[in-house]
Design a protein around this ligand. Structure first.
Ligand code: CP
Ligand code: NVA
Length: 309
């Protein structure tokens, strides 16, 4: 048995950690980021190995986990459906049993959350959600850290979500419940958040028919692609349904004058956001992308070593 095994935690949904654990992680991310910027070597994960399993495409998630693990002294194994037995129908439970005997930590990007949960249930080591159809907790971890860097605590604030009631929207709502802020959501009819995926967090949700109204008084306006990975067959219908859900200057003007704009990326300028907004002064999308690495380093440190000091 590995040291700390009995205390093993997975990170499958945002609600898997408590508010005080998030406060700790954001502080660790701040310290880890400062060390990185100062070129200070920090390698607490020497000899540890992270397996990354991708069943969907990625740029940020792969680079941030891979670079982050190497910077912390560890190493990485990268697997995809196409180049492993995962694509040839080896049961997920068997893959979990085998992979988790050889590595210390596993990050998975896949389709159904149930697949991630099945892997975690048969894993000897912590499992991190690198995006599923239902949730994207590492992204919201980075987004909230970015908000804190720019504007301070997020508790009591208003976040406006304009667009699809997707994995990002579900995760924002879980975060609102844990960290005490309100989520304004405007989606086209038929693309609402599924209440079954968010549980008690539904109490933090305010819905708006008109996306401009959702932005009223917001401290942060955020959106995402109209068609998420795995839903490509719906693309034509979505292009029509989402035409009015493009974050533009008029929407940003309904938010607070100091409102930030975020997008998890990749973005489609002219669809879910105008170039003027995403490339404009309120946008913090590049900080948001970079911060994926810093927060995930803090998360990996926490899952493998517990609290430092
Ligand atoms: N935001 C995000 O998860 O990006 P990738 O799909 O590039 O990993
Ligand atoms: N909602 C998007 C996020 C991509 C990072 C998707 O699931 O494709």
């Amino acid at each position: 048995m590995k040291p700390g095994y009995s205390l093993m935690k997975h990170y499958l949904q945002f609600k898997d950690l408590r508010a005080e654990e998030y406060a700790y992680l954001f502080e660790r991310a701040r310290i880890i980021k400062r060390r990185f910027k100062n070129y200070e070597r920090y390698q607490p994960l020497a000899d540890r190995t992270l397996a990354m399993i991708f069943e969907k495409a990625s740029t940020r998630t792969r680079v941030s986990f891979e670079a982050g693990m190497y910077q912390m002294g560890g190493s990485v194994v990268h697997l995809t459906t196409g180049d492993s037995q995962l694509g040839r129908a080896e049961p997920i439970e068997d893959s979990a049993r085998v992979i988790s005997r050889m590595v210390d930590l596993v990050m998975i990007r896949t389709f159904e959350q149930s697949k991630l949960e099945a892997f975690a249930a048969h894993s000897r080591v912590p499992v991190i959600n690198g995006l599923t159809n239902e949730y994207h907790p590492c992204q919201i971890l980075a987004d909230i850290f970015t908000f804190i860097e720019h504007r301070g605590a997020i508790g009591g604030k208003i976040v406006a979500w304009v667009g699809d009631g997707n994995n990002m929207a579900n995760t924002w709502l879980q975060a609102a419940h844990i960290l005490g802020f309100t989520l304004h959501v405007s989606t086209p009819r038929g693309y609402e958040i599924d209440p079954q995926l968010v549980g008690d967090a539904i109490a933090c949700l305010k819905t708006f028919k008109d996306p401009h109204d959702a932005c009223e008084g917001a401290h942060l306006v955020t959106t995402d692609v109209w068609t998420s990975m795995g839903f490509e067959a719906e693309n034509a219908a979505r292009q029509a349904a989402f035409a009015d859900w493009c974050v533009d200057t008029a929407m940003m003007q309904r938010a607070r004058p100091d409102a930030l704009f975020m997008h998890c990326l990749p973005a489609h300028r002219g669809e879910e956001v105008t170039a003027e907004v995403i490339d404009g002064p309120q946008s913090v999308v590049w900080d948001e992308a970079e911060n994926r690495m810093h927060v995930q380093k803090a998360l990996m440190e926490y899952l493998l070593l517990g609290r430092i000091g």
